[in-house]
Design a protein around this ligand. Structure first.
Ligand SMILES: [Fe+2]
Length: 441
């Protein structure tokens, strides 16, 4: 079979490997006529030095990290024209490339990318000057152009080198850093105008302001990190609490020891197999851990009875989903787990309990746990009977597809159980504690 030719990929490759570097080179040489040797070396030296220093003094917020480089370059364009923006950006990119030992292909792209941005902004600036647009207006527009051009061109490179979707990268960059970017560019712009109208030393209060802003962001970032740590601690505590609850539920009935863990474990495997996000996978797990919490409200005599239950006793047992639901509802904790507790005995055909829900009326979490609950009940040993072989249990589930169980979910479950090696499956089925199952994570 002939390999498929992706036209878009070829276009991006040409753009990144040829157009960007060639454009960069052309821009670099096109500004040479503006060069005035006597005064320009020192200015270029200061600007290139400043951009490199700025690369090592980023402003960090909770989800992004930006430097003043582009702001410095913008001020260079405004004060001295295109040549300074172009050459300081070029020298900075080259110095960083040497320091970080970047690959040649990336360096060429970076040079092209930044020089194209500078050239575009400078060109528009000159147009504004020719048209006589007041600088207060044109500066703001230039910052806007910088903000759009820089990430758009950078996103082309990220798409090419890292294979991330172009639009996703661009929107992500703008969403996370547009305002910080605008703030830093505004600092560069104000700096340029201060120097222009009040002399070079007017830059001092601005530099102080920048470092204060940076410190405020850093403090904010640090305290955010501390809060995140605390949230993680509380989460761990919650999880430990849930595990302890499961142990106390299972302890009521020594013969079904470990049932909650196993239901949770297989529920989580189904959730992972159908591609649920991590948070929902965790919810299914903890829903499984707590699903039978209502059994706390059922008397021992019924719960631990060895023989067949009378109709009245069975009716009482059937109350455990609602009892559990009420316990959690009144306590006002783990609201996200309520569906697992109330509806794990519902059936797709509406013959389950307590509410006789049908099909997709039953929340996904409960449909998943109904399968792992039934499976564990069938394969685990009881004092009055041995657990049935796994294959027999799976066949029973297969027979109840669409009536008792969600066809899609149960099919996934059957498939995933059949893929677990026999000795591993036996270990899981006979596990009695959270830790031994978690070892597999
Ligand atoms: Fe139950």
């Amino acid at each position: 079979m002939r390999p498929k030719i992706d036209v878009k990929d070829i276009f991006v490759r040409i753009l990144v490997q040829f157009i960007f570097p060639l454009a960069g080179l052309a821009i670099l040489f096109s500004v040479l006529p503006q060069w005035e040797v006597r005064e320009h070396w020192i200015i270029l030296f200061i600007y290139a030095g400043l951009t490199v220093v700025c690369s090592f003094a980023p402003v960090i917020t909770f989800n992004t990290k930006l430097t003043l480089n582009n702001a410095v370059i913008l001020s260079g364009i405004l004060l001295y024209g295109t040549w300074l923006g172009v050459w300081s950006a070029f020298i900075e990119t080259m110095i960083l490339a040497v320091l970080f030992r970047s690959a040649l292909e990336r360096v060429l792209f970076n040079v092209g990318q930044i020089l194209l941005t500078v050239w575009l902004v400078s060109g528009v600036n000159q147009l504004f000057m020719t048209l006589g647009v007041p600088w207060m207006v044109s500066d703001m527009l230039l910052i806007g152009i910088y903000l759009l051009a820089n990430p758009t061109l950078a996103a082309v490179g990220i798409h090419h080198f890292m294979k991330y979707p172009f639009l996703e990268v661009l929107v992500g960059m703008l969403k996370s850093s547009a305002f910080l970017y605008l703030l830093l560019m505004a600092i560069g712009d104000i700096g340029a105008r201060l120097i222009q109208y009040a002399g070079f030393w007017a830059i001092i209060p601005l530099v102080v302001t920048f470092f204060l802003i940076r410190t405020v962001f850093r403090q904010y970032h640090q305290s955010l990190g501390e809060i995140e740590g605390k949230v993680e601690e509380v989460k761990q505590l919650n999880n430990s609490f849930l595990i302890a609850m499961a142990a106390s539920i299972d302890a009521r009935d020594p013969y079904t020891h470990g049932h909650s863990y196993r239901v949770a474990y297989f529920g989580r495997e189904i959730a992972k197999a159908i591609g649920l996000p991590k948070q929902q996978v965790d919810e299914v797990y903890f829903g499984g851990i707590l699903h039978d919490i209502g059994k706390i409200g059922i008397e021992d005599g019924i719960l631990n009875k060895n023989g067949k239950l009378t109709e009245e006793e069975y009716a009482k047992i059937k109350q455990h989903p609602v009892i559990g639901y009420q316990i959690l509802l009144q306590a006002g904790v783990f609201p996200e787990l309520l569906p697992a507790i109330r509806w794990h005995h519902e059936r797709m055909d509406g013959l389950g309990y307590p509410d006789g829900l049908t099909g997709e009326q039953i929340p996904l979490m409960a449909r998943i746990l109904a399968i792992s609950d039934a499976f564990d009940a069938m394969v685990s040993d009881r004092p009055y009977r041995k657990g049935m072989p796994v294959e027999v249990a799976l066949e029973r589930i297969e027979k109840a597809l669409g009536t008792q169980f969600d066809t899609e979910l149960a099919s996934q479950f059957i498939k995933l159980v059949r893929e677990i090696p026999e000795d591993e499956l036996q270990r899981i089925i006979h596990t009695t504690g959270h830790e031994s199952i978690m070892k597999e994570e």
